[in-house]
Design a protein around this ligand. Structure first.
Ligand code: CMC
Length: 355
């Protein structure tokens, strides 16, 4: 038995396919690179939810309803303590939403992501939360609620590229957690809260903040080889590298690298990061010649979210703002299966003494 359930198939899905041998990710028929280059958050919400809600509106109406829901959920901010990190704040805020399996609940979860994440960032800094504006797109409003200024087109486009890139990814740990909870018929809010709780771990969605810590600790190109060798000798895992499914480069890494490169003012930082990436890949190849460890999504996530001015303690919450689309779609897909997820374990503990 593999305690990591590697290679165990636990669901059939029409949502996404992760091809780990060839480094391809297909989301509802679209290669992730194409989604990242052309779609906005609202388009992908529509794409993922299609077929799972009888009353799903068309994409324009869906965008309008997500915008309206951002304004409705802003009241939650008053109920939450300032000072929490992004994930803790978002998870606590989501948990306060009414829970059921409806499209309204899916929309509220999606809408609350940016509202709560932006409020968490500002309130942690001692600033007031900024109210949402339903007339803006989700990404444009997200950036405005963070900074108080109208976002540039390039920045909003980069945030869309990120949210779209991470919207779904097969049966990853957080999606599995969301599906298990959904199978009990607990509701979409409970499924999303389970999802974000699994996501926050550093082996899953908690890696991008530590990626920046690593880049900062390395400090200069001249220090890269020495620092990496020291970390590997200590047995540390290098954040942003390795993957359970990909045996080649994670295709999301390149989609996000391209998005960073399109942002003004990122050339120097990107060159430094690329230098570190190459040094790490070289060391990992030498240490693990039989198991290819490649760059995963989190390495360039860190660079992208940093370039958008987000603090590292909020990175995983922003990940959840995109992945919530996948969690809610998978939850509905699992509910459609009509079957409680309930595997078995093998007992290895003591047995009662014979009478
Ligand atoms: N740095 C150093 N060594 C590594 C790394 C790494 N990033 N990843 C794997 N290894 C080593 C690991 O220690 C093991 O060595 P040994 O055989 O000596 O014990 C060997 O490579 C095989 O690794 P594994 O434990 O079988 O790999 P896994 O499939 O269980 O782990 C992983 C996958 C993502 C948890 C792991 O690669 C890792 O911890 N990476 C760093 C954290 C990270 O970047 N997480 C984000 C994942 S991508 C986001 C997502 O899709 O969720």
């Amino acid at each position: 038995m593999d305690s990591g359930l590697e290679d165990i198939v636990a669901a059939e899905t029409v949502l996404s396919d992760v091809d780990g041998q060839n480094g391809r990710l297909i989301i509802r028929g679209w290669p992730v690179e194409m989604l990242a280059a052309s779609m906005a958050f609202e388009d992908v919400a529509h794409l993922l939810w299609q077929g799972f809600f009888d009353d799903l509106p068309d994409v324009a109406e869906l965008g309008a309803r997500i915008g309206a829901a951002r304004e409705e959920v802003f009241d939650l901010v008053a109920d939450l303590p300032a000072g929490l990190d992004g994930v803790s704040y978002l998870r606590a805020g989501w948990a306060l939403l009414p829970d059921d399996e409806s499209i309204e609940t899916a929309i509220r979860l999606a809408a609350a992501g940016p509202v709560l994440t932006a409020a968490a960032v500002r309130r942690r800094r001692g600033e007031g939360a900024i109210a949402p504006d339903r007339g803006l797109s989700q990404s444009t409003d997200f950036l405005r609620m963070l900074t108080g200024n109208q976002a540039g087109q390039a920045e909003a486009r980069a945030l869309d590229a990120y949210l779209v890139t991470v919207c779904d990814h097969g049966l990853n740990a957080s999606t599995f957690a969301a599906r298990v909870v959904a199978s009990t018929r607990a509701g979409l809010v409970s499924a999303a809260v389970a999802g974000i709780s699994a996501l926050k771990g550093p082996l899953h969605g908690g890696a991008p903040g530590p990626v920046l810590d690593m880049i900062d600790a390395i400090g200069s190109p001249a220090n890269a080889e020495r620092w990496i060798e020291g970390a590997l000798n200590r047995g540390d895992r290098l954040m942003g590298f390795g993957h359970r499914v990909y045996r080649v480069r994670d295709p999301r890494a390149d989609a996000l690298k391209a998005a960073v490169a399109r942002l003004p003012g990122t050339t120097g930082r990107l060159e430094f990061a690329e230098h570190i990436e190459q040094a790490i890949l070289g060391r990992l190849a030498a240490k693990y010649p039989k198991r290819r460890l490649e760059t995963n999504v989190e390495f360039y996530t860190a660079l992208l979210l940093e370039a958008l001015g987000l603090p590292r303690e909020a990175f995983t919450a922003v990940f959840a703002c995109g992945r919530v689309l996948g969690w809610t779609a998978h939850a509905r897909e699992q509910i459609g299966e009509g079957r409680l997820v309930r595997p078995r374990s093998v007992y290895r503990g003591p047995v009662p003494a014979a009478a």
